[in-house]
Design a protein around this ligand. Structure first.
Ligand SMILES: Cc1cc2nc3c(=O)[nH]c(=O)nc-3n(C[C@H](O)[C@H](O)[C@H](O)COP(=O)(O)OP(=O)(O)OC[C@H]3O[C@@H](n4cnc5c(N)ncnc54)[C@H](O)[C@@H]3O)c2cc1C
Length: 578
């Protein structure tokens, strides 16, 4: 169950998949010269492999425990978390103005991917802390920022996100948790939140909960929800910790995967809360947190898929079964064409999804908010779906040994399954894509992206350079599939609401396969132009994408053309009868 951080693959995409120079020219970030980038990636890789990865199996086998309102994290987690704090890994892409390293988000996508591969359940804690920091930074008063941000940034205090209630999941409008004005600048928060990730634990001194709650005279629905900070321990004026606040974990969920992540039922009983942002604008304030978290859930999918890929590759090089065509007796299963197909399929899908995640972060770094908004649901949904798909193929490569627990392949599959569900289910991401990100702007952001990628296709067909790399099949696949994407986009823009909603997930998949393959081919073309010696291997992955993955876009287009008819043809009341 060893883990080798994929520094080469990630580094390649950072050098050629995103435009670090353009990001640098924004003047918004600290500079990332190649040697600094290499040092950061190398340091993150060492940390992920040596400190975090060894906790992964223990976390799976020994979940956190709850005793008398206190959660104790899985064995080894507390120590690993302290090392995470000492290494200042929380601060990579946080602005220097609040004490962060000030590096662009593309760098934290890279470092976090390695962290999540090493132990996805562990990685959720810093992920939520980072998102909470950004929400506080964007919306809280200066006094709240001064009280909470320095400690959170240092990692001494962690963050948690308290949105979900039994009757309020995908739709947060029915949130019932109550907030009453205490008249002294604080609020009394009462209610129950479920599924709260890292809602309690013993790894840090304090836990800062961001809680959605409703004031008594607020309107019904999502326009009456406000956002509050509820610290586990109240904080004195001098910054020291005071008594425990009036909320507790009252249960821990037993889950399919990510056993090392404590998923808490939290009971708030007149807990002291501090308003963040304006009354009734809680959901808007929370969006800062959610958007970042969505991208990083996509990254989690890539991360868990990478770990599954490595395990499958190791196994396929050892296991002997049958005689592959043209091979000697005793050759390992990696020489069977179908096993080879599975491995390259895993790797190519990961590179496509990774390219999309990095492009999303790049758009954010460049301040290209239309592009960032467009790509975020694609990164979240496709990254997480690829995680499940690749982890499932990983089990398949192991045969029966994948289905039993001892190889670890089963854990990757179990862990991966949550990512399409939390941070907005993938169905909700698809609705966001076609609604807010496509139809609301008349397809402008998507049109710009398609035009840009078409220009790239035109420029890469004759690239070969000294490496003799042939990208002509990629250029041809881009031409065809970008046309398919353009047609599908027009259909969605002009479809009825029901037709568009009925094919939203299909459209998102089409977008991801075409955009992921195109971004990968573009990165390889740039790598060839820069004389990067890894480009020949990367070109093989881009060609696989072009030959095996991008062509599926035309089948998806047929389904989109059919609209919702296939979905609604079948009468609902007969669903149970056949
Ligand atoms: C392990 C774990 C950790 C979590 N961590 C946190 C956390 O830290 N903080 C927090 O607040 N929450 C957390 N959640 C909650 C998570 O975000 C929700 O489970 C998720 O948003 C889905 O809500 P739900 O479970 O109520 O499902 P539902 O909303 O009931 O959805 C059920 C199905 O219906 C579909 N659906 C629902 N509405 C629509 C619609 N309008 N259109 C089309 N399809 C729709 C969904 O896509 C889904 O397939 C966590 C959940 C889990 C399991």
């Amino acid at each position: 169950m060893s883990f080798t951080p994929p520094v080469n693959a990630i580094g390649y995409l950072l050098r050629h998949g995103v435009d670090l120079d353009a990001i640098g020219e924004t003047g918004s970030f600290e500079e990332t010269p190649p040697d600094l980038l290499d040092a950061i990636l190398g340091g993150a890789a060492d940390f992920a492999r040596d400190v975090i990865a060894p906790t992964n199996w223990d976390g799976d086998q020994h979940p956190a425990t709850l005793d008398d309102g206190n959660v104790t994290a899985s064995p080894g987690f507390k120590d690993a978390y302290h090392q995470f704090v000492e290494g200042a890994w929380q601060t990579v892409s946080l602005p220097t103005a609040i004490g962060g390293m000030g590096l662009p988000s593309v760098v934290s996508v890279a470092t976090n991917e390695m962290l999540y591969s090493a132990n996805m359940a562990f990685g959720l804690c810093p992920m939520l802390t980072s998102s909470a920091i950004k929400a506080i930074e964007a919306h809280a008063s200066d006094a709240l920022k001064d009280t909470y941000l320095p400690k959170m940034l240092a990692g001494e205090w962690t963050g948690a996100m308290c949105l979900t209630e039994p009757q309020a999941g995908s739709d947060l409008g029915p949130v019932r948790t109550k907030a009453e004005d205490n008249g002294d600048g604080t609020y009394a928060i009462t209610g129950q939140k479920i599924y709260i990730t890292w809602g309690d634990h013993d790894c840090a001194d304090n836990i800062i909960h961001l809680v959605l709650a409703r004031l008594p005279d607020s309107p019904d629905g999502s326009r009456g929800i406000s956002l509050f900070i509820c610290p586990k321990f109240l904080v004195n004026d001098d910054g020291s910790l005071s008594e425990r606040n009036d909320f507790r974990p009252i249960g821990l969920e037993h889950k399919l995967g990510i056993h090392g992540s404590p998923t808490c039922v939290m009971e708030f009983n007149q807990a002291t809360g501090y308003l963040v942002g304006e009354v009734n604008r809680g959901l808007a304030s929370m969006f800062v947190m959610m958007n970042e978290a969505r991208l990083f859930v996509g990254v989690q999918g890539v991360a868990i898929g990478e770990r599954a890929y490595q395990a499958a590759l190791d196994y396929a090089q050892e296991r002997v079964q049958g005689v592959p065509p043209g091979a000697e007796v005793g050759a390992p299963i990696i020489d069977h064409p179908d096993v080879r197909r599975m491995l390259i399929d895993m790797k190519a899908k990961l590179m496509g999804a990774r390219s999309i995640c990095l492009a999303t972060a790049e758009a954010g770094d460049l301040g290209a908010h239309g592009r960032e908004g467009l790509l975020t649901p694609i990164a979240k949904a496709y990254g997480s779906d690829v995680g499940v798909d690749v982890a499932s193929i990983g089990v398949q490569v192991h045969g029966g040994m994948g289905y039993v627990e001892e190889t670890g392949a089963a854990q990757h599959y179990r862990d991966s399954r949550i990512a399409p569900i939390y941070e907005g289910t993938n169905g909700i991401q698809a609705i966001d894509l076609i609604g807010r990100k496509l139809r609301r702007d008349g397809g402008e952001a998507m049109g710009e992206l398609i035009t840009e990628l078409r220009d790239t296709a035109a420029s890469i067909s004759d690239i070969s350079g000294e490496m003799d790399v042939d990208l002509s099949v990629c250029a041809a696949a881009m031409d065809r599939s970008l046309e398919t994407l353009s047609t599908a986009t027009d259909i969605i823009l002009n479809a009825s609401e029901v037709d568009a909603l009925g094919v939203a997930t299909t459209y998102l998949e089409l977008c991801a396969k075409v955009i992921g393959g195109s971004l990968l081919a573009r990165a390889v073309a740039r790598g060839v132009a820069a004389g990067d010696s890894q480009s020949a291997a990367m070109a093989s992955l881009a060609r696989y994408h072009a030959l095996r993955i991008m062509p599926t876009a035309s089948g998806l287009l047929d389904a989109i053309r059919a609209g919702s008819s296939a979905v609604y043809d079948f009468p609902r009341d007969q669903l149970a009868d056949l």
